[in-house]
Design a protein around this ligand. Structure first.
Ligand code: FAD
Length: 486
């Protein structure tokens, strides 16, 4: 029988208490992040800002500038922050100057590329934003199958540039996500079962360290840093460019299936079977959407191999009579342009859990939760298998290497009432599922705590702390899923 929302939240509170050994506090993850962002905010010296503005090639945007209001916005409209200045950097020397300025002025420092961070880390109140979004050139060497992208490039910039040559690399499923934030945290996408995560395709990166040095991270240069930035996020320096391995990808068999409401357990079980049998070429993402008649199952498929083989693999899901079947052979670029679940900026709270299996208990919990869920909520189910799961756990900082299911639980809102309902629902489902979880994915977390960061990195955490101590001992870069240097 479906639980009422109150029963569901009570059950969640109990489950979370049992897991952590302490009751849930009233402080939400979002509020903790707000406190962190305001740390050390101090009045900013106007003469120092003028000096900085005259010393950079890029553009300094202060609250009196006409573009300030749009420049401070991030994709997640839950974060309405007012930095003291935003510096649209033109290159590494600008970034070094801004890093120096923020440290001299003792100001909080946020780093922004695509502005899509779930936890709003790329904007801060009263501090400085290093904005690399204007640095967005992508160059492709088709003969070597390598692309070099400046750090402000978006997923769509990379996809467009590489598809001209019939090439691609794993990028996220939303065209406006920044490839820097995406890759530094890991980078999941529709090609990951065939070619690994975005970070697995990284050949090298150029960075500016907090002490202003311009360095390279690759297998041969600063290999410790290269290991850390493949999953460890923006903790170690500001990246100016990234170089990726490309692969031949042209047309794919791809699209969505949408099923009638009220059949979640049966469809999730079928989904699990499809995932278990999927070859590397076939990547699938599931979604559970609320409706008045119960949860609806939705699925996105991308098969980058022989379409006949892809169609065979889809037979069990098609036999379950989807109400809508939009799977067809299409260009990879078309799929990538429409793959995102959220196509426009919106206020939301999202959290993330990694489950080694989508077992009967998890399926029952998700089914109960989506019966009577607020309308603006969703559970995205991203299975990890194939190439992304064959990389060794300690080969990169990105730690979701065991096959399993990453769950993104999200609630959107347009009004304060919707906000309360959405956030409460997301937290309740998260807390009930947490005992089944074995990790979290930093890029999809709209909340933070030291415990979550440790959970995200597992046995890689200690090594990350050592590398953080070496490259950012004062924790200048702390507005992120923060690895504390001690
Ligand atoms: C609609 C949507 C769809 C998404 N889809 C996917 C998906 O398919 N797969 C996936 O894996 N993730 C996905 N994500 C999550 C996404 O990967 C993260 O939110 C990521 O942080 C976004 O990167 P960004 O550059 O756009 O964000 P920003 O907010 O600009 O940056 C996020 C953080 O990355 C770090 N950072 C950014 N640029 C630099 C730099 N140049 N140097 C050092 N550090 C830097 C900073 O710590 C910064 O706070 C999605 C997010 C959204 C909102």
């Amino acid at each position: 029988m479906a639980l009422t929302r109150r029963q569901f939240v009570q059950q969640a509170t109990f489950a979370a208490g049992a897991f952590y050994g302490h009751p849930i506090t009233a402080i939400t993850g979002a509020r903790r992040i707000a406190e962190e962002h305001q740390q050390n905010a101090a009045p900013v010296d106007a003469a120092a800002i003028r000096k900085l503005a005259s010393g950079v090639t890029g553009h300094v945007i202060t609250p009196d500038a006409p573009e300030y209001e749009s420049a401070r916005l991030v994709f997640n409209r839950a974060f309405d922050r007012r930095p003291a200045l935003i510096v649209r950097c033109a290159g590494a020397p600008d970034i070094a100057r801004v890093l120096d300025f923020a440290q001299n002025q003792n100001l909080p420092l946020a780093v922004r590329a695509g502005g899509h961070n779930r936890a709003g880390f790329s904007v801060c109140d009263g501090g400085v934003v290093v904005d690399v979004s204007g640095m967005n050139r992508v160059e492709v060497d088709a003969s070597k199958r390598v692309a070099r992208a400046e750090a402000g490039s978006l997923v769509r910039d990379m996809d467009k540039a590489t598809q001209r040559f019939g090439l691609a690399t794993t990028m996220g499923g939303c065209p406006t996500v920044g490839l820097a934030g995406l890759t530094l945290g890991g980078g999941e996408g529709l090609l990951m079962s065939k070619f690994g995560a975005a970070c697995d395709n990284l050949i090298s990166a150029q960075l500016v360290t907090v002490d202003g040095r311009q360095i390279e991270a690759s297998q041969n240069s600063n290999p410790d840093l290269f290991w850390a930035i493949r999953g460890g996020g923006g903790n170690f320096g500001v990246v100016t460019a990234l170089e990726y391995q490309l692969h031949p990808v042209t047309d794919v068999l791809a699209g969505t299936l949408l099923y009638p409401p009220g059949r979640i357990p049966e469809l999730l079980q079928a989904f699990v079977k499809v995932v278990a049998a999927a070859p590397d070429e076939m990547n699938v993402v599931g979604g559970v959407l609320p409706s008045e008649q119960g949860g609806r199952f939705w699925m996105l498929v991308c098969h980058c191999g022989d379409p006949l083989q892809g169609n065979d693999l889809l037979k069990p899901l098609r036999a379950l009579k989807p109400q809508e079947d939009k799977i067809r052979v299409q260009s990879y670029l078309e799929v990538q342009a429409g793959a995102g679940f959220l196509s426009a900026p919106v206020a939301h709270f999202q959290t993330d859990l990694f489950l080694p299996e989508l077992n009967a208990a998890a399926i029952a919990t998700i089914t109960k939760a989506t019966n009577g869920a607020p309308p603006n909520t969703k559970v995205l189910i991203v299975p990890l298998y194939g190439a992304v799961s064959r990389v060794g756990l300690s080969d990169t900082a990105f730690s979701l290497r065991q096959p399993g299911y990453e769950l993104d639980i999200v609630g959107l809102w347009n009004t304060p009432e919707e906000r309360a309902a959405s956030v409460e629902w997301v937290m309740a489902l998260r807390d009930i599922l947490r005992p089944l979880a074995h990790g979290v994915y930093v890029n999809q977390l709209g909340e933070t705590s030291e415990e979550l960061v440790r959970t995200a990195y597992g046995s890689n955490y200690t090594r990350l702390v050592k590398i953080k101590k070496k490259y950012d001992p004062e924790n200048v870069l702390r507005l992120n899923q923060n690895i504390k240097p001690g």
